[in-house]
Structures are given as C-alpha cells and as structure tokens.
Design a protein around this ligand. Structure first.
Ligand code: SAM
Length: 207
C-alpha cells in the first residue's frame, strides 16, 4: 500500500523552519560540498525547502518532493519571498517518484528523510529513484553507539515527534541505517562524511 497522501505533523512549515532548520546548517554545507556546480538535483522529503533553496545558487535545477502539503506550501512561500526561479516543489510520495517526474537528475538527495519513512517506503523509494538518477546522497543518523548522549537525545527527539515517527526511526536503525540500506539496494559507496558524532553523509552510485 502506498503511504498516505498527506503527512501531517504539528511542527510542519513555519515551526520546523524556526526550530529545526537553524540546526541543520552544516547538513546543507556538507551536502552542497558533495555536488558539482550546475547539477540537476531532486530532493526527496524536502521539508521546508531550506536545502533546495540553499542549493539554488549552485545547481542548475532542483525539484523538491514532499509528502506534507503544509511543508510544500511553506517551501513555496519561501521560494517566492527569495525570488528563486530554478527550484520547484511537488507534493507527492517518495515511493512514486516516476509518477511525479520522468526527468533525469544528476543527484537524488535524502536529507534526514529516510529514517522518517516506513520500512516498505524506504525500500520502494531506493529502487524507484534508480529510474531517474544513478547517484544518491543520503544524510541521516549514524548511531554505532546507541548509549551515547547524542544518541539518547536523538531517540528522545524522535519519540516526541510521534508514535509512527519513533517506530520508523527504530526500524531504520534496525536495518543498519544508511549503510545497511545502501548495501541492500546495491549502491556503491563513493564518499563518506561523518558529522556531529551521530550523523553521516554518504554519496553513492548504483551503476
Ligand atoms: C525530518 S524532515 C527533513 C526535512 C529536510 N529534508 C531537512 O533536511 O531538514 C523529513 C521530511 O520527509 C518527509 N517525508 C516523509 N515521508 C515521505 C515520503 N514518503 N515522501 C516524501 N516525503 C516524505 C516528511 O514529511 C518531512 O518533511
């Protein structure tokens, strides 16, 4: 079954932009450093669009895909405010990217979005995305030591985000996170950047 067509969180939109986006500045910098100038990029689970808008200076064209309508509305309002024309936000699910676009991209990015998806959704999107790109960049949790202070804090944050959210985060860790998923879906790791003790950015190719 394809995941519901509008994902609603109490913090979607402005609240996420105030609470979370300021703490992900290095995430955007790291991801940007892994991408060549003038690339065409698709950002899956783009949230408020902060990464897509940040990359707009460097990239030729960016599509942001997001399951929460409220996030898409907020991202579009930020795009308008900043007067950016090479970024487009689409409401839809990561499971069905080829139903949203048939364009080819240089990179697909999953920034902090895979851990939030159901296990089946993660599996579907990591195969589905191969139809439109050969390269992916994933930035997400990397928790080898789950008794560390940061790991306990992450667990609390995911718990506060909601029951399903927490369940998906736990299943992501059980699937061995980013590296487990890349191996299962036959991606070849090209570059790894560890961040803040419990996050990792990985650039990978599937052929
Ligand atoms: C933790 S937020 C990360 C947002 C942004 N990428 C960032 O780096 O700040 C995860 C986002 O993924 C979105 N998401 C979750 N499941 C999705 C799906 N199946 N398809 C598209 N977006 C999804 C959520 O609605 C949420 O906005």
């Amino acid at each position: 079954m394809i995941e519901q067509q509008d994902k609603k969180h109490w913090y979607d939109g402005r609240t996420y932009n105030y609470l979370i986006d300021p703490s992900t500045e290095t995430t955007r910098e790291i991801i940007s450093s892994l991408i060549e100038n003038d690339s065409r990029v698709i950002d899956i689970g783009c949230g408020t669009g902060s990464l897509a808008l940040y990359l707009s200076k460097k990239c030729k064209y960016i599509v942001g895909v997001e399951l929460s309508k409220k996030m898409v509305e907020y991202a579009n309002s930020m795009k308008q405010e900043k007067d950016i024309s090479n970024v487009h936000f689409l409401h839809g699910t990561a499971e069905n990217i080829s139903g949203l676009t048939n364009e080819r991209f240089d990179y697909a990015i999953y920034s902090l979005s895979l851990h939030e998806m159901k296990s089946e959704t993660r599996a579907k999107t990591l195969d589905e995305i191969k139809k439109i790109t050969n390269n992916i960049i994933i930035y997400d949790y990397d928790e080898k030591n789950n008794t560390s202070f940061q790991s306990i804090l992450n667990s609390i944050i995911e718990f506060v985000a909601g029951k399903d959210h927490y369940k998906n985060y736990k299943s992501f860790l059980k699937e061995n996170g980013v590296f487990g998923l890349l191996e299962k879906h036959e991606y070849k790791v090209q570059k790894i950047i560890f961040d803040k003790g419990s996050y990792v950015a990985v650039k990978a190719r599937w052929k």
